[in-house]
Write a protein of this length. Structure first.
Length: 278
């Protein structure tokens, strides 16, 4: 197939190389003066890059996703797939899909579920939108595990953002905890404690956290205030710890007022049921 890549950064270059390796013709555009991966043709503009493309992969920052879509849309072939792999908000993905689909092209909302710098084009993906199945066939052919949603554009990105609440929050917590460990002279000990918590039965850990956090919110809130003060005394930034204090206080107040506790056993079914609504 004739593929176009918009954006030859870390991710774009990897996808371009993988597509060439899979036997596709690849044309790319990047406004910066960057070298093209071997086998990739450089276009002078977005229009030139996408005009003959069967699929367009947009791998820019989300900040310019709308500008790119508006620039490319008039030059897309009817039936072409416009796949946006930026981290645009779900409502923005819906809007971009409308922009693209009025030209007769199809839109794929592609959520990248992992660091492309680690697995390259084999990084797991979730895709929704009118062009999801075709995009899944092409990207899956590069070795990526693909979860295709029978849902409109925006649904895949909504799932990614739900995942980011955990993944990005967890990453920030680990950075804060290890920084505190280093300041206290216990770096390896805290790393080992974190590693033990990340191992084992993940579902059991989730249920324990969902139940125990609300049940013991008041007591844990006081404990985390001590943690915050301890980190501050060592000169360690404690944004995540301070956020935990505020969260536990809120949960304690909700529990005291009789706010219902979420049911942890329904997580998967609730998310699946919401896919078509996102």
């Amino acid at each position: 197939m004739h593929c176009a890549i918009i954006g030859l950064g870390e991710a774009g270059s990897r996808y371009a190389t993988a597509l060439v390796g899979a036997g596709h013709t690849v044309t790319a555009f990047d406004p910066r003066d960057v070298p093209a991966p071997q086998g990739v043709l450089l276009a002078a503009s977005e229009a030139e890059a996408v005009s003959n493309a069967d699929i367009v992969l947009v791998l820019t920052s989300a900040a310019v996703a709308r500008k790119i879509a508006e620039t490319c849309a008039p030059h897309l072939k009817a039936g072409a797939i416009y796949a946006d792999l930026t981290s645009s908000a779900p409502v923005e993905m819906e809007s971009l899909a409308a922009e693209v689909e009025q030209t007769g092209a199809r839109f794929a909302d592609v959520a990248i579920l992992g660091p492309v710098t680690v697995a390259g084009a084999a990084t797991p993906l979730m895709i929704s939108g009118s062009g999801a199945r075709t995009a899944a066939d092409i990207l899956g052919g590069l070795g990526a595990p693909v979860d295709t949603l029978d849902a409109p554009a925006g649904a895949a990105m909504a799932h990614k953002l739900l995942r980011s609440v955990f993944m990005k929050g967890l990453a920030s917590l680990i950075v804060e905890a290890v920084s505190a460990g280093e300041a206290a002279g216990a770096r390896e000990w805290i790393r080992n404690e974190i590693a033990k918590q990340l191992a084992g039965d993940g579902q059991a850990v989730i249920d324990r956290f969902l139940t125990g956090t609300r049940l013991h919110a008041e007591r844990r809130g006081f404990e985390m205030e001590s943690v915050r003060d301890y980190l501050s005394s060592m000169g360690v930034a404690a944004e995540m710890t301070s956020g935990t204090v505020a969260s536990l206080k809120r949960l304690a107040q909700e529990t005291a007022s009789g706010t219902p506790t979420p049911r942890s056993s329904d997580n998967e079914s609730n998310l699946a049921a919401s896919s078509a609504k996102v």
